[in-house]
Design a protein. Structure first.
Lengths: 149, 146
């Protein structure tokens, strides 16, 4: 069994990975306050997935493509034993996001509901992007681009 | 999880023969994770301050060095805003908890603004050393004496 990396060193690793841009191209994240020694609050972005809905032959629409969604991520004192909390800043209409507050319901996103210590902020952002592109979600009408909660 | 003998021995020695001005205690639930405090050296801008740090021995320690950072805010040209430390890497790797803590204590006594760390503090240290030292003393009073 391997050593259990403590919260702060794990967050430093995630920070360095995020700064170097080693992660997935479609998502990014960074510290909200570069002087916060506890590294609790983070900003994330998700590039909307290119999901096409065929309305009629030769006419296709992507509800998310080219949109950039901003989220706030909070890593509590018990992270990564417990998942971070995620709140959308950009308006998005998907079932796991509360339409009043923008908060992500952890019971509706598998990587949060079945949280593992090995999951990272990047895991969550990538899964949110995949979630938007699911067949049952990609046809949902979206609020105007650039609107916020 | 079995803790390597090497780590047990180092921990026992730290407890039995502590380094003056340095205190390192492992967490009960993670014996690779230490709470550390270092007293600011005499005659340095950090004198009188007690600085808290955290130290973690990764899986492949001692093949890779301990991870360590300040938890107390400190104004120092080789330490960044998140408490990360730029230790001189020209010498042999400090592959013992004791030696790495000693080298950090020494770094407090001898700030090195020529070390290649992109840091506004290092620049200020070079431009106006007396003012930088004054700020370091103020930060010590504000953050390390409470």
């Amino acid at each position: 069994m391997s050593a259990t990396i403590p919260r702060n060193f794990r967050l430093l690793e995630e920070l360095e990975k995020g700064e170097k841009g080693l992660g997935a191209e479609a998502c990014s994240y960074g510290l909200a306050d570069g002087e916060d020694m506890m590294m609790s609050n983070w900003n994330g972005t998700i590039l909307g997935p290119p999901t096409f809905v065929y309305l009629q032959p030769a006419h296709r629409v992507s509800v998310h493509e080219n949109r950039i969604y901003s989220v706030n991520i909070h890593c509590g004192p018990d992270y990564p034993d417990n998942p971070p909390t995620i709140q959308f800043v950009s308006r998005v209409n998907i079932p796991c996001v509360d339409q009043q507050t923008g908060k992500v319901d952890p019971s509706k996103l598998p990587c949060l509901a079945q949280w593992k210590r090995s999951h990272t902020m990047e895991t969550v952002l990538i899964e949110l992007r995949r979630y938007m592109a699911l067949p049952q979600h990609k046809k949902i009408a979206q609020p105007p681009e650039g609107s916020t909660f | 999880m079995a803790l390597p003998k090497r780590i047990i021995k180092e921990t026992e020695r730290l407890m039995a023969e502590p380094v003056p001005g340095i205190n390192a205690v492992p967490h009960e639930d993670n014996l690779r994770y230490f709470d550390v405090s270092i007293h600011g050296p005499a005659q340095s801008p950090y004198e009188g301050g007690i600085f808290r740090l955290e130290l973690f021995l990764p899986d492949d320690y001692p093949m890779t060095p301990p991870k360590i950072r300040f938890l107390t805010k400190i104004y120092h040209p080789n330490i960044d805003r998140l408490g990360r430390i730029c230790l001189d890497t020209t010498g042999p790797p400090a592959l013992q908890i004791r030696t790495i803590l000693l080298s950090i204590q020494a770094l407090l006594g001898a700030p090195n603004p020529d070390d290649p760390l992109a840091n506004d503090v290092a620049q200020r240290w070079k431009d106006d050393e007396p003012a930088a030292i004054q700020t370091a003393k103020e930060w010590t009073r504000t953050h390390a004496m409470t």
